[in-house]
Design a protein around this ligand. Structure first.
Ligand SMILES: [Ca+2]
Length: 162
């Protein structure tokens, strides 16, 4: 039988940990969040040192009151690339909030349901057909690649709502 003071100790320890980290009560990750510079449209990107699949990523941003990132022009891609390259270690592949699920080869932004206008696909990409349906960006040079949406090794990238 588990001693009754085990649960008490656990609660006290957890409570103290949360009290020391104000982010705990907000449900935010315990790491420091670093925001990108503002784009001309006024939004900022926020990447996380976490790894998850695309569906969990979309929900991650939503739960934080943010949006999955969308990149609407070269200026935004440049701001984003500078931010990712300067603040995150390799391999730094991040989800973008775009997919071609339900309409193969016609990628759209989840937050707006608008079809991609600007793109920064690598040469020959997207190339995954109906198997790879979610967009990623490599933070080292700002190039985009399609990826399996179920890949749980990609980092989440959110944005403030402009
Ligand atoms: Ca596809």
């Amino acid at each position: 039988m588990m001693p009754t003071n085990f649960n008490f100790l656990y609660v006290v320890t957890f409570g103290l940990t949360c009290a020391l980290m104000t982010s705990c009560s907000l449900g935010r990750s315990l790491e420091t969040e670093v925001y990108s510079n503002r784009t001309q449209s006024g939004k900022q990107f926020i990447g996380y040192n976490l790894y998850m699949n695309f569906m969990d990523y979309i929900e991650h941003c939503h739960k934080l009151g943010l949006q999955p990132a969308n990149v609407l022009n070269k200026e935004e891609n440049d701001v984003l690339t500078t931010y990712l390259d300067g603040n995150f270690a390799d391999p730094k592949y991040f989800w973008l909030g775009g997919s071609d699920i339900g309409r193969e080869e016609r990628y759209y932004w989840i937050a707006s349901l608008s079809e991609f206008s600007f793109t920064s696909w690598g040469p020959g990409y997207p190339n995954g057909g109906r198997e790879e349906n979610c967009a990623t960006i490599y933070g080292g040079d700002g190039t985009w690649y399609d990826q399996y949406c179920s890949n749980d090794g990609v980092q989440p990238l959110c944005q403030t709502i402009p």
